[in-house]
Design a protein around this ligand. Structure first.
Ligand code: NAP
Length: 271
């Protein structure tokens, strides 16, 4: 039946197959970068400190026949983020997708003991960093509001954004890191709001909410074996693998998810 409704894919046909994965040098980001390459994306692999790890991920992407760019930037620093997006434009061409994956935890602490320095690092990295990266991606991908420079470079043809939330956003992480949980709660709200804001601009925005995943992030929070010692908290009784999160992220980027926007997908073994 012809209802007169115009069905758009949400990913404009011919939108560039270039994706930027923040924090792509290890863990969930590295698994996502590799899976993107397997699905035909050229990949910019952002990292903060470990250039060697980013280079190793890029070498694997190149071996898969795709282009790769290691790009250093602290996502909490606006000037570094702007330079990163310029570097991606110059090396890989117009952006078609962003995975807002870079994120930090901190050592277990009660709210009563948290310093402002800790809170600022957490919120600047996990929230402000995600906003500023998304802002730059929208300026390049929007079919309506792309900057003139982006259009001249071949952008403005739509795209997709996936944000990394956490099941902590729902559970609150009491006694562990309520600040981290709250930062991911902000990511959930950001995902819904931005998705609705750009729904008619060829951009889909979704989030993946992992449970406890076996990566090095737990060591950076001072509890290296957290993933395995926490299995009893997980209905499936095991931590997730980075590849299991990457699979959901890359599906949300794909045209198979053409009618999915503003969604927050739990990938948490039932937790
Ligand atoms: P991870 O193993 O600690 O890796 C973090 C990545 O982010 C690294 O590539 C790191 O680069 C980069 N990074 C850290 N701070 C950065 C900054 N300020 N600017 C740019 N890059 C930065 O983390 P993960 O476990 O894969 O987690 C990835 C995302 O999933 C995070 O947003 C996290 O909150 C979320 N998540 C993880 C879990 C879990 O159990 N693992 C659960 C729920 C949600 P360098 O190595 O160069 O510093």
């Amino acid at each position: 039946m012809n209802t007169g409704v115009v069905y758009t894919s949400g990913v404009a046909p011919g939108a560039p197959r270039v994706v930027l994965v923040t924090g792509g040098s290890r863990g969930i980001g590295a698994a996502t970068a590799l899976r993107c390459a397997q699905q035909g994306w050229d990949v910019a692999v952002n990292y903060a400190r470990d250039a060697q790890a980013a280079d190793a991920v890029c070498a694997q992407i190149t071996a898969l026949g795709r282009r790769a760019l290691p790009v250093q930037a602290d996502v909490a620093d606006e000037a570094q983020v702007l330079a990163m997006f310029d570097a991606v434009d110059a090396a890989l061409g117009p952006l078609g997708a962003l995975v807002n994956n870079a994120g930090v935890v901190a050592e277990n602490q009660r709210v009563a003991d948290m310093t402002v320095q800790r809170l600022q690092r957490m919120f600047n990295t996990n929230i402000v960093g995600s906003f500023v990266c998304a802002r730059e991606a929208v300026r390049r991908m929007s079919t309506v509001h792309a900057t003139e420079a982006a259009r001249r470079a071949g952008g403005g043809r739509g795209g997709a954004i996936v944000n990394l939330s956490s099941k902590a956003a729902v559970l609150g992480a009491p006694g562990w890191y309520v600040d981290y949980a709250a930062s991911k709660g902000a990511i959930d709200t950001f995902t819904v709001g931005l998705a609705r804001e750009v729904a008619l601009e060829g951009i889909r925005v979704n989030a993946v909410r992992p449970g406890i995943i076996d990566t090095d992030i737990h060591a950076s929070g001072g509890w290296p074996d957290r993933a395995h010692t926490s299995s009893a908290l997980i209905p499936m009784q095991r931590p997730g693998r980075a590849e299991e999160i990457a699979a959901a992220i890359v599906w949300l980027l794909s045209e198979d998810a053409s009618y999915t926007t503003g969604a927050i997908m739990d990938v948490a073994g039932g937790r």
